[in-house]
Design a binder for this molecule. Sequence first.
Ligand code: ADP
Length: 260
Amino acid sequence: MSAPRDHLSTVKHVILVLSGKGGVGKSTVATQIALSLRDAGHKVGILDVDLCGPSIPKMFNVSNQDIHQCPEGWLPVFVDKEQTLGIMSISFLLDNQNDAVVWRGPKKTAMIKQFLNDVYWKDMDYLIIDTPPGTSDEHITVMENLKQYNPDGAILVTTPQAVAVGDVRRELTFCRKTRIPVIGIIENMSGFVCPHCSECTNIFSKGGGEALAKQSEVPFLGCIPLDPQLTQSLEEGQSFADKCSSSPTMAAINTLVKRL
Ligand code: ADP
């Protein structure tokens, strides 16, 4: 039997993105962080381990791409011809994008291990790992298999409402139990940016993420507003950074990325 590959040892920074709930914008945050890092001159990978709800390829409009093999392993699907942003997701392995992945724990574990060992990231500066919501088999497998590579830690994404913030508390406990450092908390959908005048209105409560960060003594990385132009670029698989480079939302994303 051949020894497992060790491609993660050449990746300089590994960051996990976690959330207690689905739909709070975890994949959105993962994609925007990756784009912002790429635009700052880094080589970036995104590993989508949300096996039952992979959305990263769709957000980059590359869902219909196939994975290619090279002697070193699986090649990520690059979204640009300069090959500065590469993605790996189960989506690329499905015959039909609408197929449901109905797998029990051991099969999911094997798939994630294969993603962690066999993808040839080729000296990436950053690998962003987008995880499913909650703390399930997928998270435990990722944490156990990442430990030897000393990942930078986890970013926790929440919305401002108390229910979502409560779920992030559980994520914090999970990070402490599995000894993964917490890089910080991001409050997403924090206020609504009017597409006409760009004014930001707090339609939900505000500050829940920041208050939790303070209570839990972890860094608060910042807020990202609910921005219809961001939703639209994600739906169309276009880069929000290219379309709205001077928007307040883009400024907020760039500011929090500088705090990583
Ligand atoms: P999760 O990964 O937590 O399930 P997603 O990142 O898939 O959540 O986001 C859920 C939906 O909300 C997507 O349609 C996405 O486009 C939208 N969304 C997330 N964050 C924002 C935001 N800050 N502004 C506008 N739309 C957003």
